[in-house]
Design a protein around this ligand. Sequence first.
Ligand SMILES: [Mg+2]
Length: 191
Amino acid sequence: MAGKPRRLSVAFDIDDTIADIHDVVMRRVNRKLKGNYTFLETVTQLEQNGPLWKAYIREYEDLWTKKHKTIRLFLDKRLMKRVSKYYDIGFVSARGFNLKTTKGLKSWLRYHRLDHIKLDVTHTSDAKAELKYDIFVDDYPLKVKGKRMLLLIHREHNKAFVLPKNAMRFDNVNQAIHFLIKRATNEVNIK
Ligand SMILES: [Mg+2]
């Protein structure tokens, strides 16, 4: 007789997965620099620590440390409660490169009464993908290995990413949650 399937764990990313960040910050950056830059152009400057990246970080820190209550929550909390019945849920963020904002993030989670959910902060996206979760819901195309899955949240900055076999694309986090609930209740079959 087949045993009960193991309860799977799901990691939800913060920035641009459950929190409306990049567009808000880019609007502020473009106002300051009088430009029309995209988030993708900004992250490509990350390595060389260019002026656009620096401007991004300034606005990003300002938002998380001083105005976190204005950051919109994309997540439907009722859906989150439902999905928690079927999976072990956690929040993950690779913002370890900028610990100043982690305090603001914790305040924001408390403000939205989501602070009872486990939070893991890593220093890189690669380290995030190594965390012990079965499924990752993320707007960043994480290199998720083995039998683990990536539910990629569609954003302008990841549209060119070609999905590997263990990944699926969703318009937003709530669609991904609907899929997870259907999957757990056997309404959809996945390998
Ligand atoms: Mg993100």
